[in-house]
Design a binder for this molecule. Structure first.
Ligand SMILES: Cc1cc2nc3c(=O)[nH]c(=O)nc-3n(C[C@H](O)[C@H](O)[C@H](O)COP(=O)(O)OP(=O)(O)OC[C@H]3O[C@@H](n4cnc5c(N)ncnc54)[C@H](O)[C@@H]3O)c2cc1C
Ligand SMILES: *[C@@H]1O[C@H](CO)[C@@H](O)[C@H](O)[C@H]1NC(C)=O
Ligand SMILES: *[C@@H]1O[C@H](CO)[C@@H](O)[C@H](O)[C@H]1NC(C)=O
Ligand SMILES: *[C@@H]1O[C@H](CO)[C@@H](O)[C@H](O)[C@H]1NC(C)=O
Ligand SMILES: *[C@@H]1O[C@H](CO)[C@@H](O)[C@H](O)[C@H]1NC(C)=O
Ligand SMILES: *[C@@H]1O[C@H](CO)[C@@H](O)[C@H](O)[C@H]1NC(C)=O
Ligand SMILES: *[C@@H]1O[C@H](CO)[C@@H](O)[C@H](O)[C@H]1NC(C)=O
Length: 574
């Protein structure tokens, strides 16, 4: 590749410095939760006021809150995040996502669209894997959701005290920020968690030392005598009292431990006691279906007795497409994940990430959020991203000169999206992935948003502010060509990608992992997150969203866990 060989090779010292800094940084301190145990130590039968399935981004704040004045069991199918530098170090982003073993905190799945993605399998959920950007939902979103704005504010603050930080903003991210303002994404709103049109520096769950703080850290708010957290405790089924003439009522769950032993947890008697499903956008609709709540044909196909024929379970699955442009830099760049965002009027959000990522103790070359190792392969259209193609791309990447890893990606995520898909069971085990179809860009509106976003990215790249981080002899078309073909894996150029931005959007689509839906409010759950047609059962997590909140969702997912916990405790005391 002509372009690659022309890049300067004088930046090795800087990259070694980055490597040593992260090698000597330590893992996040284990809080030593006295209430956290392996499921193998649990009794065969036990009783609680609340049983929460899924210790993820919503499940942890919910459990911490409910434990204040009731007995709570939190069941998580994965293990603890503490002491694992693959999770806690910023520069290790991608290591967990590239670990394909059954004990990995990330479980890879490939959507039927062909885009490679991952879902969490660890206490703390997606907040243990994600790029850390922390940004609240907009006022309009809060109003349309029918949420109590004051309690929403208080709940965000409760979350932020523990997990949100101001990013350090070094040169490359600063250049993107100034480029966005220059490109007309105004006003500049400074550093804020709030969602406002214009350009801003958002929050991050990585602290000043590059250490990740996750939803599992919110368990430090828990009342230790009110909470039991069980790890490696996949729930296979929700149990119901089903008496004729009244609605089925959830009263317990069946979970397995690591030795394959089956346990039952039941609700104590009491009008306010409930089972809450917080298993994420793939896990929550999946568990409802395992338990007999879902489309009858699908349940029949897996010999699951139908409790409630509910065709809307597993519908409304959406993933916000992510498209990015790789911009090689003539000078060193910092290693950064998302720190700034341009919130445009064009239905698109512009963000960026830079630098080569290193896992502590390894020397594998990686682009962090854009590594084929984690399945991000914009060089091939989605359906062609086979495991062989991924392996080839990873191999080719190791042969690139170190200078090829200088630079960064400016990305866009579209709002919404409007396009939706569906989920189907493949088995009756919560350890297996269901089949998911997101239908990226099926609706023309989504494709138009992507095209508009790409135009804005072009303007950022061409801004004066960004000029020292790009090679001027590389035109925008060349950059698009490179993103869609050469620098990452040296595969032959894909002739269609730069022909039109529409084609570029379709061919290079990746995920920003903001997939949501499956138990959407107003369809499967009501506005109190209660499963319609069933008593004592709620779903509280990202599966309930019709649209992804904010520019990035995790702030609002954690907020929702706290918010609903407070509401449920209030209901208990009236
Ligand atoms: C790689 C990546 C990068 C991202 N980057 C960002 C970002 O920078 N900013 C941002 O705001 N958002 C980001 N996100 C999105 C955000 O992290 C997710 O939207 C959010 O974590 C979803 O939360 P949840 O509670 O709905 O699900 P999860 O956090 O996934 O929690 C579900 C939990 O339930 C468990 N579970 C599932 N089924 C069962 C069962 N049957 N029994 C027991 N346990 C079960 C799972 O193991 C999991 O821990 C990113 C996500 C990923 C994966
Ligand atoms: C971190 O990831 C690497 C690579 O996938 C894996 O070999 C290692 O066991 C992981 N470490 C932990 C603590 O899980
Ligand atoms: C919530 O907080 C934002 C600022 O973070 C403020 O603008 C808004 O008025 C607050 N709303 C309520 C109802 O307190
Ligand atoms: C984005 O929206 C603004 C304001 O509506 C408009 O002026 C601009 O032309 C749009 N940009 C693109 C690329 O469509
Ligand atoms: C981009 O790729 C297309 C298709 O291979 C090619 O026709 C075009 O000349 C390339 N443009 C640049 C500037 O590299
Ligand atoms: C490129 O476009 C042509 C014409 O639309 C199409 O036949 C071909 O399959 C496309 N190639 C790829 C790799 O998508
Ligand atoms: C705690 O719950 C009990 C009922 O279980 C209720 O009577 C009491 O008011 C609650 N207290 C608080 C502070 O919520």
């Amino acid at each position: 590749m002509a372009a690659v060989s022309r890049w300067p090779e004088n930046v090795v010292v800087f990259l070694y410095a980055v490597f040593f800094f992260h090698t000597f940084s330590s893992a996040q301190r284990d809080p030593g939760y006295t209430f956290m145990h392996q499921a193998t130590t649990a009794p065969i039968v036990s009783y609680y006021d609340y049983i929460i399935v899924g210790g993820g981004t919503a499940g942890c704040p919910l459990a911490a809150t409910l434990s204040q004045n009731s007995s709570v069991l939190l069941l998580e199918r994965g293990g603890s995040p503490y002491g694992n530098t693959n999770i806690t170090d910023l520069a290790a982003f991608g290591v967990a996502l590239s670990d394909l073993s059954p004990t990995s905190p990330a479980q890879r799945f490939v959507s039927e669209d062909g885009v490679v993605s991952a879902r969490a399998r660890v206490l703390g959920g997606g907040s243990c894997l994600n790029a850390g950007f922390y940004s609240r939902a907009g006022h309009d979103y809060v109003r349309l959701a029918g949420w109590d704005a004051r309690l929403v504010n208080e709940s965000y603050q409760w979350v932020e005290k523990v997990v949100a930080f101001q990013p350090q903003m070094k040169q490359w991210q600063s250049a993107v920020r100034d480029g966005l303002v220059e490109a007309g994404i105004r006003p500049y709103n400074g550093f804020t968690y709030d969602h406002m049109y214009g350009t801003k520096v958002g929050g991050t769950i990585f602290d000043q030392n590059g250490h990740r703080h996750t939803a599992a850290d919110l368990l430090q708010y828990a009342n230790p005598s009110g909470l039991t957290v069980l790890l490696h405790a996949p729930v296979h089924q929700i149990l119901f009292n089903n008496q004729e003439g009244s609605k089925p009522k959830a009263h317990g769950v069946i979970f397995m431990d690591a030795n394959g032993l089956s346990h039952r947890a039941y609700l104590n008697r009491g009008p306010n006691n409930e089972v809450i499903v917080s298993s994420g956008a793939l896990g929550s609709p999946q568990l409802l279906m395992f338990s007999g709540i879902g489309p009858k044909e699908q349940l029949d196909a897996h010999n699951i007795p139908v409790l409630l024929d509910q065709p809307l379970v597993g519908l409304g699955m959406s993933d916000n497409p992510m498209n990015a442009v790789f911009v090689p830099s003539p000078q060193p760049v910092e290693v950064s994940l998302i720190e700034v965002v341009g919130i445009t009027h064009n239905g698109t959000y512009i963000e960026a990430a830079s630098g080569e990522n290193f896992a502590s103790g390894t020397r594998t070359r990686d682009y962090g959020m854009f590594s084929p190792r984690i399945g991000q392969l914009s060089t091939l259209p989605p359906k062609q991203r086979t495991q062989e193609a991924i392996d080839k791309a990873v191999e080719d990447m190791q042969a690139l000169p170190q200078s090829a890893f200088l630079g960064g990606f400016i990305l866009e995520k579209i709002m919404g999206p409007v396009s939706t898909g569906h989920l189907e069971l493949t088995s009756r085990s919560p350890n297996d992935n269901p089949l998911v179809t997101f239908n990226y860009f099926k609706e023309p509106e989504d494709l138009q948003r992507c095209v508009d976003g790409m135009k804005i990215i072009e303007n950022v790249i061409e801004s004066n502010s960004f000029s020292s981080f790009r090679f001027h002899y590389l035109s925008i078309v060349t950059l698009l060509n490179m993103t869609a073909s050469s620098p990452i894996n040296l595969l032959p150029k894909h002739a269609n990608a730069s022909r039109s931005l529409e084609q570029f959007c379709k061919d290079t689509v990746m995920t920003i992992w903001h997939f949501h839906g499956g138990c959407v409010v107003g369809r499967v759950v009501d506005h109190d997150y209660k499963v319609m047609g069933i008593d004592s059962l709620r779903v509280i997590d990202g599966s309930t969203f019709r649209n992804s909140p904010g520019t990035n969702p995790q702030a609002s997912v954690m907020m929702l866990g706290r918010y609903m916990g407070v509401k449920m405790l209030r209901q208990r005391s009236t």
